[in-house]
Design a protein. Sequence first.
Length: 392
Amino acid sequence: MLNFEYYNPARILFGKGEERQAGRQAARYSAKKRILLHYGSGSIKRNGVYDRVVASLKEEDIFFVELPGVVPNPRYSLAQKGIQLCRENDLDFILAVGGGSVIDSAKCIALGTHYQGDVWDYYLDNGKPVEHDVLGVGCVLTIPAAGSESSTGSVITREEGLLKRSYDGEVLIPKFSVLNPETTFTLPDYQTACGASDILAHLMERYFTQVPHVDVTDRLLEADMKTILYNAPVALREPDNYDVRAEIMWAGTIAHNNLLNTGRVGDWGSHNIEHELSGIYDIAHGAGLSIVFPAWMKYVYKDNIDKFVQFAVRVFDVQLPFEDKERIVWEGIRRLEAWYQSMGLPIRLSDANIPGDRLEEMAKKSVLHCEHVGHFKKLYAEDVHEILKLAL
């Protein structure tokens, strides 16, 4: 286990009706009581979340400017509009109501409002230090998936060049996040499935590490993975099951608040590869990950076969003879693919109608601003190309 420092100050308000506290919480962090209300395409208006949140803001006499229109794989151009609105209206806080795309967009706006340059600078240089004031962000989560409600990260897609890039920094951790599982009852099945895939990927990215003696976080990761594997299919059958939705929502937050990253180095190669898929083809992130992750596993498992044996045995209950490690690993991958398919998710590029004519382009773009991606096994452009071919 490696030395580590863990810090996550996000306040979590979990449970039924908690979105009614959004205004009171925003008032704690907005000195001017002037905020940007940021959301997506309007589903929060159909399910009543918008009305409850707005009522809570009015109860606190908070002035707000609305910026709707966030789409999956949130766009840089809309974030630029948000930055301008915050500057023009002297706003000092952002309330994001929606899923990870809305929250990621809000974080980009928060990062860029007082920055004198182009906020895209940070997404091109993930290690760039922040030396200016960053607006606070609060969240009302309606789609468990990205974990952005308590994470350090933000992912944005720039239309020019079709580049999807991330920035991580403690300044982006939300001040508070409201999690009411009831708000997820009306999610379409495919969105529920993609969200579960995203959560599972966050866990697997951390799980596959070359750092030894991390059994505490291994066991926690395995428990969280099994929670998703069991509950997500139930949510498709019983969309109004509060207890199941609650398990998924809390698992998604725990998966990405970096508690399970302590003492170890995660991989993140699959995420970097998937960003090229969704950047070019605008595929849902969770669907892209269900394509990339099995292919990545098939390409890298020999670099630490015992870790993959452990995964297959502990997470998917593979009971084949332990001396046949290859069979155990491949059976674990097969069961993972079968789970994705049971959720209605693609496991091949062809399943998502993605042709194979831009594999080399995606491979090169994945390492455009870095030497390689991934830590479990360093992946260069030629490696990424081979992984994408395995995903055809």
